[in-house]
Design a protein around this ligand. Structure first.
Ligand SMILES: [Zn+2]
Length: 349
C-alpha cells in the first residue's frame, strides 16, 4: 500500500500561528483526534507506584493516551508479568482518571470521559520464554505492540548493536505470524538492519518503528536508514520519532531538534507514516543505573550517562513549531496520533 502525502512547506494558514494552542488543535474539546505517545518508560519496579501518578503529565500536556513499556530483553518474563500487574492495578484502581485500552474504540471512549487511555508494549522477544503461546498471553494482558530484538541477538533475530545481524530465526518468523494472528503490532525498533528488513517483508500487516529516528539526521546505530523507513511506509506502517537526546543529536533534546527529525521523516516517507514514541523515562536514576550495569547492551561510548529527553510538556511547542513550518491542523492530527490509530484499527483484534 502506498499512501504518501507530503507537506507543502509554507502552506500554513497565515493567522494560525497567532492563535493560542488552547484555541486550536491542542484543545481536546475542539479536536476529536487522539493524541498518542506510543512509548513511555515508568520505573521497572513492580512494587513501586511512586512515579505512576506522573502519567497525569501526559494528560496535562495534551495527550489522550500513552503506551507504557513493560520490559526489555535484560529482564525476565516473570518481571514483565509482575510489571503488568503493577501498572494494571494502578490504572484500574484509579479508574476515575485512567482507562485501560483494549480495543480501538476504547480510545474515543476514554477521551470522551476525560480519561487518559493506557496500554502496554514489550521491548524484545526474550520475555516470551521461548514459548510461542506467550504471545497470546501478553495480548490478553494488554500488550498491543512488541519489538522482536533489543539491541543484541536473541532467539528471534539480530539487534541494532550487533556487529553481525544473523537475520530472523525460524522462531522469530513464527512469532511474527502469531503476533498477526492475535493482533499485536510488530515493531522493528532496536532490531538489526537485516532482521528489520526481513520482518517488514514477512509481516502480513503494516509494521511500525515505534521509536526510531532517521539516521540521515543523526548518525547513531539506534537510528534507522531511509530505506528501512520507506520499506515500513510502503506497507502502510508508521515510524515513531523519539525524544532521546543521543538519538536526536549530541545529547540535545528540545522541541526544535525533534521537529527537525519529524519533518525529515515526513518529507521522506509522507505525512501518513510518521508518529511520536517519545521514550520519555520518568525515573532518570533508574536509567543511569541500567546503563552502568549493562555495558554489554548499552556500550558507554554510544550510551553516555545523563541522557537528555524531550518531555511530554514539550508537545504544545512541537505543535507550534510544526504549524509555523506549514503543517495544517489535520497534518498534526496524523503525526500526533491518528497514524498510529490507523495501524491499530487494521491489526488489533
Ligand atoms: Zn527502546
Amino acid at each position: 500500500m502506498k499512501r504518501r502525502r507530503f507537506v507543502q512547506l509554507g502552506a500554513a494558514t497565515p493567522f494560525l500561528g497567532s492563535l493560542s494552542l488552547r484555541e486550536t488543535s491542542m484543545n481536546p474539546a475542539k479536536n476529536k483526534a487522539i493524541r498518542l505517545d506510543l512509548h513511555t518508560c515508568m520505573p521497572l519496579r513492580e512494587t513501586d507506584e511512586a512515579f505512576l501518578p506522573q502519567l497525569d503529565r501526559h494528560k496535562a500536556s495534551g495527550f489522550d493516551a500513552v503506551c507504557i513499556n513493560v520490559g526489555f530483553d535484560a529482564l525476565t518474563w516473570e518481571k514483565s508479568v509482575a510489571l503488568l500487574a503493577n501498572y494494571r492495578n494502578f490504572i484500574l484502581k484509579n479508574a476515575d482518571k485512567y482507562a485501560l485500552i483494549n480495543k480501538y474504540e476504547d480510545f474515543a471512549n476514554a477521551k470522551k470521559q476525560g480519561k487518559l487511555g493506557v496500554f502496554f508494549d514489550l521491548e524484545g522477544g526474550k520475555a516470551l520464554n521461548e514459548q510461542l503461546g506467550m504471545v497470546e498471553i501478553y495480548q490478553r494482558l494488554g500488550v498491543r505492540w512488541m519489538l522482536l530484538v533489543y539491541n543484541n541477538t536473541n532467539s528471534l533475530g539480530g539487534g541494532c548493536m550487533d556487529e553481525v545481524d544473523p537475520g530472523l530465526t525460524a522462531f522469530g518468523k513464527q512469532v511474527i505470524a502469531k503476533m498477526a494472528e492475535v493482533g499485536i503490532i510488530l515493531c522493528c525498533t532496536h532490531c538489526g538492519y537485516k532482521t528489520a528488513a526481513e520482518a517488514l517483508d514477512l509481516n502480513p500487516n503494516p509494521s511500525i518503528f515505534s521509536h526510531s529516528n532517521p539516521r540521515a539526521v543523526h548518525d547513531h546505530p539506534r537510528n534507522i536508514p531511509d530505506d528501512l523507513m520507506k520499506r515500513c511506509a510502503d506497507k502502510g506502517g508508521v515510524v515513531g520519532i523519539n525524544g532521546i537526546g543521543i538519538f536526536l543529536g549530541e545529547n540535545v533534546a528540545n522541541p526544535q531538534i525533534i521537529v527537525k527529525h519529524i519533518d525529515y521523516a515526513v518529507q521522506k516517507i509522507g505525512i501518513e507514516h510518521v508518529g511520536l514514541g517519545l521514550d520519555y523515562v520518568f525515573d532518570k536514576q533508574e536509567l543511569d543505573d541500567f546503563l552502568a550495569q549493562r555495558p554489554d547492551i548499552f556500550p558507554p561510548d554510544k550510551f553516555p550517562k545523563g541522557i537528555n529527553m524531550v518531555t511530554p510538556e514539550m508537545l504544545p511547542e512541537i505543535s507550534n513549531l510544526l504549524s509555523k513550518k506549514g503543517y495544517k491542523s489535520s497534518d498534526l492530527d496524523l503525526v500526533f496520533g491518528e497514524n498510529w490509530l490507523r495501524v491499530m484499527k487494521k491489526v488489533w483484534k
